[in-house]
Design a protein around this ligand. Structure first.
Ligand SMILES: [Zn+2]
Length: 221
């Protein structure tokens, strides 16, 4: 359960087979978001909605990273900063709407929760399988691979919460899982914002250096 997956991916220098698989994984993540978000709304499960937003954040990150290939470091640092801010918004939204549910005392529908949690697990499993062949090659692909693998823990937490909701006959386990996910979103947001601020600084000073040395090919310092 790695809400939003803290890494900043940059996919420079990858071959077309990598890229095709990453495009498929991106589409799978966005599909996972659509399925879990609508199921979350229908079943009244906060954990499903939080898990859905993890799919959205990851899918958007991969799409953005594929788009950012070959663009200047400053553009990428800006994209990472925007991602950090959107994770703050997601984390606060989950925390706020889950807090509302605490007082509203709704009971989510555990059957929908567990079936959709298993579908999400299947989507992440397929993503891990698609990237399996490349996991030892490139550090960025490895981090996407680890991200999907860790997200399977989140999916299992949703299925576990569904079981606990069914056994206890109340919605507390659903809310607890959603609160944990909102905390994870906020902590990855903090990491990404700090990291992108550092990269922004580096990009700015790098720009000054490039002015002095015409043949600088953008080496990192
Ligand atoms: Zn994730």
């Amino acid at each position: 359960m790695s809400a939003g997956c803290g890494h900043e991916h940059s996919f420079d220098g990858m071959d077309d087979a990598y890229k095709r698989r990453l495009v498929i994984v991106t589409i799978l993540n966005l599909l996972g978001f659509a399925i879990e978000m609508s199921a979350g709304a229908l079943s009244g499960s906060q954990a499903l909605k939080a898990d859905a937003l993890d799919f959205l954040a990851d899918g958007a990150t991969y799409a953005l990273s594929l788009w950012a290939i070959g663009r200047p470091l400053q553009v990428r640092a800006g994209a990472a900063f925007a991602k950090g801010l959107s994770l703050v918004a997601i984390g606060l939204w989950i925390a706020g709407s889950t807090l509302y549910q605490v007082f509203y005392m709704g009971m989510p529908e555990p059957h929908v929760m567990s079936i959709v949690g298993l579908i999400a697990l299947g989507i992440n499993f397929v993503s891990v399988w698609l990237l399996m062949a490349y996991k030892d090659g490139d550090a960025n692909v490895r981090s996407v691979w680890l991200c999907s693998r860790n997200d399977m823990i989140g999916n299992i937490a949703v299925v576990g919460a569904a079981g606990a909701v069914a056994v206890l006959g109340n919605g507390a386990p659903d809310l607890i899982v959603a609160f944990i996910m909102s905390a994870l979103f906020l902590s990855s947001a903090g990491q990404i914002l700090r990291q992108s601020a550092t990269e922004w600084q580096r990009a700015r000073s790098g720009e000054a250096v490039t002015h002095d040395h015409e043949h600088d090919h953008g080496h990192s310092h």
